[in-house]
Design a protein around this ligand. Sequence first.
Ligand SMILES: [Zn+2]
Length: 251
Amino acid sequence: MIEKAEAIVLKTLNHGDTSKIITLYSREAGRLKLIAKGVRSPKSKAMGLFQPTRHIQVIYYAKATSDLQLFKSGELIDGFFGLEEDFDRLTLAQVMVELQDRSVEDDESHPRLFQLLVDSLSRLSNQEISPAEAYWFFHTHLLRELGFRPHVGHCSVCREALVEGGSLGNGTSQLECVKCHQPGQGSVFVSGVVLQAIQGLLDINWSEREKTTLNARERRSLWDFLWQFTFHHIESVRGMKSLKVLRQLYG
Ligand SMILES: [Zn+2]
């Protein structure tokens, strides 16, 4: 059966002499794997389509019994070319697609997650928008869509409001207040200001938001919190290649 999908390229892998296996996140079918035959030959028109982060439309032959479908043709919707001039933005875009790739199940359509990824890549390629801000919004909303919304309002032990901040122990996703938390290796302390920023990311629509103002230390703890929290819920995220580059930028 011939199918059509709108998708973001998550990753590609060379196959044989001239082919590629492409993993996409599509609006219609969620995570989708296509084999594009002959696409690496110089004559192929589809060559430029398959860079990770590209927004494309594809036509492919689908077989219900296979998890690898056959690419027929495609066209570019948006290359997010603003990313290519800026190393930080490009790195964050790669983290976004790799995180999406590792967090979602195959064959499960989730149009809101697709739209979140498209909107987030578009913001990231806009030089007027803070790249970290665009990234944090993506990451917190991805967690929420996956059912892992961080609860940053109260201590998980005594239920007191975390006005003064809270700590996330290693191997847990529950924040504890200063009184309840037993400091240990790998604990991440997040100040009240940072917890409020996370709450704001989750609760306020992008269009109504004001820029998060955090100092360098607070920004670092927000990054640490996001990753520690995510590692707890999605184990395979620990092995992300782009995370190493991100750590050089922010940590
Ligand atoms: Zn407590």
